[in-house]
Structure formats: structure tokens, C-alpha cells
Ligand binder design. Structure first.
Ligand code: AMP
Length: 216
């Protein structure tokens, strides 16, 4: 099952991907997570992308494509994968098609989580993440048991720099301009499945597992 999760920041892609991983045992590849980890560790890659990521702009295509190509060649991708936050431009989508062809693979489906700007802003500006283990919380819909402290590891909960409202609105604009054309791209390939991302997590999960069941 070779899947892409498409949708604006804050659509819940990461949350749904984690549930799919549990059921299908395929890796969850989030380019955003890879970049954030590199920044946190201060690696060469991290230094290169730090300012771009923190400002909510997109990392250049060549760099991102090369990183994904290397990741998809790891043996844990043999049974499939979920790409979350990639591709994000038409250039990336074409690069992905080429990579998959080269590897003798094909995309199974592009799951599109449709959410409007105000929902996104509301969700992301109330999102908090554990500074130690990365677990994601929401002040309104998914609070930790003790305010500001991670339930799992006791780490401090923080707001990502790029989760502040003005940056979120900027990321949404980038999404509309650069990423939303991919909806048409995958519709034309008959690979697009649209889910109403404003529904509750449980409702979306049900729709998602129904779709995935049909793709098995
Ligand atoms: P995300 O967690 O997916 O919202 O990604 C966080 C940030 O990482 C984005 O705002 C971009 O700066 C960068 N990023 C993640 N994925 C990509 C991608 N496919 N292409 C370019 N930049 C990306």
C-alpha cells in the first residue's frame, strides 16, 4: 500500500497516518518530521533548512526529492509507505512518479483531507508538542492530563515556531498556491480519495479505513 496523505497543515494527516501505521505496519514518512529532527540535532541538513522551515516556506524541491528518494529505498518501505507532507509541489509529484517507476512501484492512492483555513488556524494555534518525545496535544480537543506536561514522558509541552497564527496563515497560503494543484493532478490519475477533514477524528478514521479496505 503506497499512500500519499494530502491536505493543508493542520488537516490531521500526522494523526491519521499514525493510526494507519498501527493497522498496516507500513512506515510513516513525514518530511516535516525529518526536517524538524535535523534542525533539533543541528545536522548539516538542519542548518540548511532551519530558517525556511521556521518561516513556513518550502524547502527547495531538489533537496526534498533527494531525501525522499533515499528514504523510499530503505527495506522497511518494501510493503508500502505513507508519505505525509510530500509531495507538496507539482515538481515533487512528478519526481515521486519517476522515483516509483524506477523502483518498479506505483502509487496506490492519494488521500486528500479537505479542511478550510479557519479550521486550520484554530487547530494549529492550539496545538502543543512535547519538547522531549514529540507527542502531539491540543489545548481544546486533546489536552494533556497536567497542563503543559506530557502524559507519556513528563516533558514540557511547547508551541512549534511555525504553529503561531501568522505563520500558520502564511503556510496555508503556500499550501493553496503550491500544493493544492496536486488535487487535480491525482484526480486526473484516478488516484484521489477525498475525506471531509472537518469531521471528528473517529469519523474520519472510519471513512479512511473504509477507503483503504477497498484498496487492499
Ligand atoms: P509539516 O510538518 O508537514 O507541516 O512541515 C513543516 C515544514 O517543513 C513546512 O512548512 C516546510 O517548511 C517543510 N517541509 C515539509 N515537507 C516539505 C516538502 N515536501 N517540501 C518542501 N518543504 C517541506
Amino acid at each position: 500500500m503506497n499512500l500519499i496523505f494530502l491536505g493543508p497543515p493542520g488537516a490531521g494527516k500526522g494523526t491519521y497516518a499514525k493510526r494507519v501505521v498501527e493497522k498496516y505496519s507500513i512506515p510513516h514518512i513525514s518530511t516535516g518530521d525529518i526536517f524538524r529532527e535535523a534542525i533539533a540535532k543541528g545536522t548539516e541538513l538542519g542548518k540548511k533548512v532551519q530558517d525556511i522551515v521556521n518561516s513556513g516556506n518550502l524547502v527547495p524541491d531538489e533537496l526534498t526529492n533527494a531525501l525522499v528518494e533515499e528514504r523510499l529505498q530503505q527495506p522497511d518501505c518494501d510493503k508500502g509507505f505513507i508519505l505525509d507532507g510530500y509531495p507538496r509541489t507539482l515538481n515533487q509529484a512528478q519526481a515521486l512518479d519517476n522515483m516509483l517507476t524506477k523502483m518498479g512501484k506505483a502509487l496506490t492512492g492519494a488521500l486528500y483531507f479537505e479542511v478550510d483555513e479557519e479550521t486550520v488556524v484554530q487547530r494549529i494555534s492550539t496545538r502543543r508538542v512535547c519538547s522531549k518525545c514529540g507527542k502531539v496535544y491540543n489545548l481544546i480537543t486533546l489536552p494533556s492530563k497536567v497542563e503543559g506536561i506530557c502524559d507519556d514522558c513528563g516533558g514540557h509541552l511547547i508551541q512549534r515556531d511555525d504553529d503561531k497564527e501568522d505563520v500558520v496563515r502564511g503556510r496555508f497560503r503556500v499550501y493553496i498556491e503550491k500544493t493544492s494543484p496536486l488535487i487535480e493532478y491525482y484526480r486526473n490519475q484516478n488516484k484521489l480519495f477525498t475525506l471531509d477533514g472537518r469531521k471528528s477524528v473517529e469519523e474520519v478514521m472510519k471513512m479512511l479505513f473504509n477507503i483503504l479496505g477497498g484498496l487492499e
